[in-house]
Design a protein around this ligand. Structure first.
Ligand SMILES: Nc1nc2c(c(=O)[nH]1)N[C@@H](CN(C=O)c1ccc(C(=O)N[C@@H](CCC(=O)O)C(=O)O)cc1)CN2
Ligand SMILES: NCC(=O)N[C@@H]1O[C@H](COP(=O)([O-])[O-])[C@@H](O)[C@H]1O
Length: 226
């Protein structure tokens, strides 16, 4: 793919399902206020509902079915080849549900971003809303972080939090957290596109010109904690 004419920040977005975070990313970029483009949306499942939405919005899509490969390493190598064809500045995981191998993470080191539906380091892995309710936490939320070989452990870019209600079900919590996820990823995509995000010598995230990297859900919507 010839990207020489594209000086903008190129994103490839990885999904596994409905892709509401991917839709937020595409809508943010296609609003036209950022020097950025979503070069492709890719999924590890052909039935990922977000693929049809992306195609309808003019975004190239690809499927690399993880079940077609004999090993995690082989799948990751095929996925990496598909991604590198677009020469992205960043690869954004948005509901991507495969644990990535160290070789894959190394190949995109410093350019791989994920959104996780908990306030890391609390509740890594899957079923985070069930974990939160089981522990009786009163605050829950989401984290955008750089991806490292250690699952859900990378340097944190932003976090957002929501109150937990006594009668919450996991789905109630998921829907409340998604509101914050969408606002957060929209802001983080802007920071990335504007070249504001870096890692210091201690592998801590720095975002130039941004006073707060935390968000909170209020009765009036999602607010930055500035
Ligand atoms: N090396 C890393 N890979 C991934 C990270 C990461 O931080 N480091 N983040 C995840 C995203 N994620 C949570 O945010 C996550 C995704 C998937 C799983 C998981 O256990 N997946 C199973 C399959 C589950 C399924 O297919 O439904 C698996 O891969 O065997 C845990 C956490 C993305 N990858
Ligand atoms: N461990 C990864 C993970 O659980 N990601 C979560 O999957 C959901 C996908 O929603 P979406 O497909 O509508 O963006 C989101 O809540 C995201 O945080």
């Amino acid at each position: 793919m010839d990207v020489s004419s594209s000086p903008a920040c190129r994103f490839v977005v990885l999904i596994s399902g409905r892709g509401s975070n991917m839709q937020t990313i595409v809508n943010t970029v296609q609003a036209g206020h950022l020097p950025a483009t979503v070069s492709a949306v890719m999924a590890n499942k052909a039935d990922a509902a977000g693929l049809e939405w992306a195609q309808a919005h003019g975004i190239p899509t690809a499927v690399v079915p993880h079940r077609d490969y004999d090993s995690r390493e082989a799948f990751d190598a095929a996925l990496a080849e598909a991604i590198e064809a677009y020469q992205p500045h960043y690869v954004l995981l948005a509901g991507f549900m495969r644990v990535l191998t160290p070789a894959f993470v190394e190949r995109f080191n410093g350019r791989l971003i994920n959104i996780h539906p908990s306030l890391l380091p609390a509740f890594p892995g899957l079923h985070t809303h069930q974990q939160a309710l089981a522990m009786g936490v009163q605050w829950h939320g989401c984290t955008i972080h750089f991806v490292t070989p250690v699952l859900d452990h990378g340097p944190i870019v932003a976090q957002g939090m929501v109150p937990v209600r006594a009668d919450d079900t996991p789905d109630d919590l998921a829907q409340r957290v998604l509101q914050v996820e969408h606002r957060m990823y929209a802001d983080v995509v802007g920071w990335l596109a504007q070249g504001r995000v870096s890692l210091d010598a201690m592998q801590r995230v720095q975002v130039s010109g941004v006073a707060s990297r935390s968000f909170v859900l209020t009765p009036d919507g999602v607010a930055s904690s500035e």
